[in-house]
Design a protein around this ligand. Sequence first.
Ligand SMILES: Cc1cc2nc3c(=O)[nH]c(=O)nc-3n(C[C@H](O)[C@H](O)[C@H](O)COP(=O)(O)OP(=O)(O)OC[C@H]3O[C@@H](n4cnc5c(N)ncnc54)[C@H](O)[C@@H]3O)c2cc1C
Length: 431
Amino acid sequence: MQIYENKKFDVIVVGSGPGGATVAKELSKIGKRVLILEKGTNQPITGTVSQTIGMAMVPGKSLLFTEQLLALVRGITAGGSSIFYYATAIDPPFEMLESYGVNIRNEVAEVKMELPIAVLKDSLIGPAAMKIMESAKDLGYKWEKLPKIVYQGNCRKACDKCTMGCPYHAKWTAREFIDLACSANATLVLKADVKKVLVEKNNAVGVLFSINGKEYHSFSDVTVLSAGGIGTPVILRSSGIKDAGQGFFFDPLIIVNGFIEDAAGGREFPMATGINFQEDGIMMTDLMWPSWVYWLFTMEVFRFDCLFPYKRRLSIMIKIRDQLGGRITGKGCVRKQLSAIDKNKLLNGYERARKILGNAGAKNIFKTWYTATHPGGTAKLGDIVDSNLQTKINHLYVCDCSVIPEPWGLPPTLTLLSLGKRLATHIAERW
Ligand SMILES: Cc1cc2nc3c(=O)[nH]c(=O)nc-3n(C[C@H](O)[C@H](O)[C@H](O)COP(=O)(O)OP(=O)(O)OC[C@H]3O[C@@H](n4cnc5c(N)ncnc54)[C@H](O)[C@@H]3O)c2cc1C
């Protein structure tokens, strides 16, 4: 008999990305018995290509495709997508969240005290990012260094491992909070694929999950779903909340590349600098991928001529706030077409990037096909969850990107950490 089998906990947290890890850490810290069920494993991060593919690029699992072949990437591993994120910390749109009864100003301030959030020191910003920033400023843009959640003392120069996890413990990831939760007595169960929430008389009483094909039940007073923008609506639907997963966003992006004469773009911290055109719903940053990721995206658009001068490239990411639309199917497939408005926004960003790259002396400019890394809005505030993040099933909460109620277009991690703190306080006060 496993320690979690048919056992009762105070709280079950499903998924260990930033949302779930924060709730688990905060509640274990005050003595709640917490069970964390995570679909992935917690192999130590090696920063290798093979490990990245295994955790974030398995088609149908962590790499999902829309009908337009937009590739949606998510991390299926302890720590979720934070293992592969670029650690950019942008403030939430406070007023928008407040219009749904969610005030997280204090929690954001607490997270900023707790985590190492700051712009990178100059020595950690690569030559391509610097060149792009100089060129953008020269054209009059307020292009700036972006705040990062990074222990800069551990960070290495000329390193591109962020995209492949960070083996040097420089980038903060949700695994840190999972470790803190476990040292405060939380139980972490890996390879646990949660299928549904067990409901009795409209009260959530536990979950059904499988490990290597064998099914288990665990019970709790409170259940928190933090399986991410794709994972959570699938579980909600199989638990009776059928309208979850409709009309979502994923913040689509393209990368615009150009080539200069000198070697500029080698290995460097991605997304070190940028600009957010909040009104237009367009965010632009430098983004130097590791060479193998660059090659994959370059081959996808048949620009074989651009494969080899990769060390001379300057790359700019255009990420947009897309309109809500499409749906997540019951099996976790992604159905969504980019609207004409979304495509125009991407083109608009592309034109701005062309000018910045051209001004930096880059030639042979081309753009990649669409990709996306922020699925959310699949269990929206004011629709699937109330202002306490509770669903219509009592004691069943959601805390991840799913709850964001409107088109987004921003790095969401700081928001999720703050929502996690707020939810933990609510649960602690209520129970
Ligand atoms: C390449 C990349 C770069 C990014 N850069 C940034 C950035 O710079 N700044 C920023 O703020 N954000 C960034 N993001 C986005 C950020 O990482 C995510 O928005 C964030 O991790 C979402 O947190 P979450 O808690 O909603 O879910 P996730 O991080 O997706 O976590 C969900 C967890 O649930 C688990 N799970 C899923 N289904 C189940 C199930 N059925 N049973 C049990 N467990 C399950 C998953 O394995 C995963 O661990 C980036 C993402 C990527 C991929």
